[in-house]
Design a protein around this ligand. Structure first.
Ligand SMILES: [Zn+2]
Ligand SMILES: [Zn+2]
Length: 291
């Protein structure tokens, strides 16, 4: 067994090969990858803390030896930008050294070369997110779903999932031209559950496409003037993150709104309606008894 000081020294020698520097305007450490063919490129190391030089160097060193020396990502990106379509129908992802984000290639009808689209992931070290995002891009023709590394990377007109560190859950942001979009908290727990979150988000988006925007519906229901004679209403309220039931009642300002305690938007509709029917039936019994 080698003494601790020797291991320290060996490690220092390996990390010495990577030259890192902190860029205040990017709030990140970056490493320079040299290449005689393409001129080289810089890579953000996703180490936000300016005092964490040690971590930045370790990450940079791993990147240079395991990734860059195995095949220059700058040359790779240049090839993707200039060459015709790859010979297969399989999804391809590549790291764009110019824009610093993951791209996914897919065939484009009427085009010989296909098209590469940004996945919205600006972290190089996000293999699971990249895989899931590429899969989402390929599986959804009408509703492209992005996987973003952070809420800040989601534009209002993006439909994307992102990991919310505070709640430990994935969230879906769905764009809507009418209400400006909304957020749904998904049940998939932990950053590693990105593929499950993707599946859950795609199910939600199918329901949105079929039933209309639940946020527009929530706004309509909250502001609607309803009378005691109106039929009961059931909707998923995007603010309460719960299914709500409204029921007309004489003398109670026209009616009452009750939560069903079902937090998932993609809960099977039969389950929701059964719960709502139970609640409506129980409250009618209660009202009958009171009368
Ligand atoms: Zn190169
Ligand atoms: Zn809407």
């Amino acid at each position: 067994m080698s003494p601790a000081w020797r291991r320290e020294k060996d490690r220092a020698q390996t990390t010495d090969s990577a030259v890192v520097r902190y860029l205040a305007d990017r709030s990140d450490w970056v490493v320079r990858a040299d290449c005689d063919d393409c001129g080289g490129y810089e890579l953000n190391l996703q180490v936000g803390d300016p005092t964490q030089e040690e971590l930045a160097r370790a990450r940079a060193s791993a990147f240079i030896t395991r990734v860059h020396e195995a095949g220059c990502l700058g040359c790779h990106a240049r090839a993707w930008r200039t060459r015709p379509a790859p010979p297969s129908d399989q999804p391809h992802v590549w790291w764009d050294t110019g824009s610093g984000e993951w791209m996914a290639w897919k065939p484009l009808p009427g085009s010989d070369t296909g098209i590469s689209l940004p996945l919205g992931i600006k972290t190089f070290w996000a293999p699971q997110e990249v895989r899931a995002a590429a899969r989402a891009l390929w599986s959804s023709e009408r509703l492209p779903l992005h996987v973003a590394a952070d809420r800040d990377d989601v534009d209002p007109d993006d439909t994307a999932i992102f990991y919310d560190v505070g709640s430990g859950r994935w969230h879906l942001h769905s764009a809507c031209f009418d209400c400006g979009g909304f957020e749904l908290r998904l049940t998939s727990f932990g950053r590693g559950a990105v593929e499950a979150a993707c599946d859950e988000a795609l199910t939600c988006l199918e329901l949105v496409a079929k039933e209309g925007c639940p946020n527009c519906r929530s706004v309509r229901e909250r502001t609607a003037v309803k009378g005691s004679e109106d039929e009961p209403r059931i909707w998923f309220d995007t603010e309460a993150s719960d299914w709500l039931v409204w029921q007309g009642i004489d003398g109670a300002d026209g009616g009452v709104t009750l939560p069903l305690g079902i937090g998932r938007f993609d809960t099977r509709r039969t389950v929701v309606y059964r719960a709502a029917a139970g609640l409506l039936f129980d409250s009618e019994l209660f009202l009958d008894e009171g009368a």
